[in-house]
Design a protein around this ligand. Sequence first.
Ligand SMILES: *Cc1c(COP(=O)(O)O)cnc(C)c1O
Length: 379
Amino acid sequence: MEKAYPPRPTWAEIDLAALDHNLRQAEKFCLPHQRVLAVVKADAYGHGAVPVTRRLQSAGVNDFGVATLEEALELRGAGIDDPILVFGGCHPGQESMFLQQRVMPVLLDLETALRLDAEARRQQTQIKVHLKVDSGMGRVGFLPAQLREFLPTLQQLKGVQIVGLMSHFACADELEKGVTTQQLERFRATRAMLREAGIVPADIHVSNSAGLTGWDGQEATLVRPGIMLYGGLPGPDFTDRLELKPVMHLRSCIAQLRKLPVGSGVSYGHNFIAARETTVAVLPIGYADGYNRLFSNCGQGILHGKKIPLIGRVCMDWIMFDVTDLPQARVGDCLTLLGSADGQTILGDDLAAQLETISYEVFCRIDKRVPRRYRQDSA
Ligand SMILES: *Cc1c(COP(=O)(O)O)cnc(C)c1O
């Protein structure tokens, strides 16, 4: 909802042209018969599911993946009519909504198959599902041996139409291919077993961003990139293999600018003590916005083409920077905390390395309190 008054000057700029660019990078790894199923779960990794999905549709994508039914319903509610696959599957009680909204669950177990079948038959229709094989991720899905056992039952479920067969890699972000190769072998064997039983799903897919850049599986009809669409690397080894552009730029403007005398403490705990007369810029953003508290005394911001240091602890709603060496800094000047400005860049991967996490988490954690502003063309 558009507010009638100016919001506090902290926002995430979403560069949709960069999204297009990253999509083309993903498509470079696709064989001619392969489609991109764009992963837009977790509000498109914090970038905004509806605007991101719409932009990807204009760029030619017509298959989308989310984690939950609610995420799928948000897209349907916005008039997005393309096939949507829900990786998290169908939880008890959700069957009729999946059918009503024509959303496809990933089938993870036999019990769910039975529930979906019953509901579909009650409505005298069929539900399309993608069957998930746990080929070595050790998380969810049918183990190959289980599938062999359940196959006769699955075949009898006239309400359930298996239109996809999928698996997920555990170690595709590592260059060492042992585990991934083994997973592929298991997946292929499972596919052969299904084929013998007369189950031949139209769509076959295994690759996330990491898998897609390293595996040349002919049989896949879909690839499932997520993080790379948003400009994050699937792992540290991908720097040279992928040329991505950051999509999210987190910006906040200086709300106050003050000179503190030598010896002044800054923020909770006085973890920063001014060793010189220090000009402090205060920004209206904090850990409640998803700017991690671990950046206390070690964060960076881009201002007037320079990277400047964050000082003191990150508060819930405020952070402070030392701008003593930038006398041109003024109240209202905008700092970039993530993304690029004036030829300088702070990547999600840079912040992730500092936090000992992955860029996925950095993006996802940017809170709803931070408004997203969409830019159709790169600056
Ligand atoms: C999240 C997810 C993806 C996308 O993974 P990235 O590493 O972000 O490319 C693909 N497939 C499934 C099943 C997922 O849950």
